[in-house]
Design a protein around this ligand. Structure first.
Ligand SMILES: [Zn+2]
Length: 291
């Protein structure tokens, strides 16, 4: 959450496309004129700058239903699991600490991660999907694959949305439930109200004191991302998906400019920053599940 007054947020939320374009022009001008980060400004100017410079991506993290531990039994080893990690994150030339993990291992600062030896399967509920949304998702997934070494596989479409009763394993317990990417809207998903363009998170299971993410949910506000696409362009809209997939694989928010994992979208930023890359590499180096 950030500190912009609700009324200001609301006025931006309700702005029509023309007004948004005007704001964006103003924003670019301000960014050129005044590179001082918002924290260096007076409270009033800070609030104004926050409205102009930042678009809220997400309030908080996924804390409903799916987060936390699920101590249910492990299914059989997935048929497409490998003996070794399928890919590897790139080695880091720049060491940055501008990242945070959503969860860490019990008694340790090591992150909870997905199993790098098995693909992460995703299914897509396309109800409010933007134009070329599957391509946008694949491109965002590519950015995650390249930065983590994790294997994300988009299996296809589903007409089943998120439900609080979603479990980590299939009904017969034989497989992990695929990650659900749901293109939805604030009417169906009230947490997407206001400027929240999406939220995401994964479910951890634990065995012998070690935890792994095994499935998750990515909820996207289709109408809002469509508006971002129309006013700010493809890479800006795609960066929203990158941010949410960053949460999916285990990154939390970080208050550091230049990072896509900031809680608010930084104008003109549509690629991973050094901190994002360091964090993504770390969540790509998890332990494989020993089935
Ligand atoms: Zn976020």
């Amino acid at each position: 959450m950030h500190d912009v007054k609700g009324s200001l947020l609301e006025s931006l939320t309700l702005a029509d496309a023309r007004r948004r374009r005007r704001l964006n022009r103003l924003l670019r001008k301000m960014a050129r004129l005044d590179p001082v980060p918002p924290s260096g400004l007076s409270p009033r100017r800070r609030a104004m700058a926050a409205v102009l410079l930042l678009v809220l991506l997400l309030v908080g993290v996924w804390r409903l239903g799916l987060t936390g531990e699920d101590r249910a039994g492990f299914p059989d080893r997935p048929a497409d699991a490998q003996a070794r990690p399928i890919g590897n994150p790139p080695s880091q030339e720049v060491t940055s600490t501008a990242f945070d993990f959503l969860q860490t291992q019990p008694g340790s600062s090591e992150p909870v991660t997905y199993d790098p030896c098995a693909p992460i399967h995703l299914v897509v509920d396309p109800r409010t999907m933007v134009d070329k949304g599957m391509r946008m998702l694949e491109e965002a997934a590519d950015e995650i694959r390249a930065a983590t070494g994790l294997s994300l596989v988009v299996d296809g479409l589903t007409d089943t949305g998120a439900s609080p009763g979603r479990t980590a394993t299939s009904a017969d317990g034989s497989t992990w439930t695929p990650v659900l990417v749901s293109w939805t809207d604030p009417d169906a998903t009230p947490r997407l109200g206001g400027m929240t363009a999406g939220y995401a998170g994964s479910t951890a299971v634990e065995r012998d004191g070690h935890r792994w993410y095994v499935t998750g949910v990515v909820m996207l506000d289709g109408p809002q991302i469509q508006q971002t696409l129309a006013t700010d362009g493809w890479t800006a809209a795609r960066s929203v998906l990158m941010h949410e997939l960053g949460h999916l694989v285990g990154l939390g928010h970080v208050d550091a400019r230049g990072q896509l994992m900031q809680p608010t979208r930084e104008s003109g930023l549509d690629a991973w920053g050094d901190g994002d890359r360091a964090g993504l590499a770390a969540v790509g180096r998890g332990r494989c599940i020993d089935y």
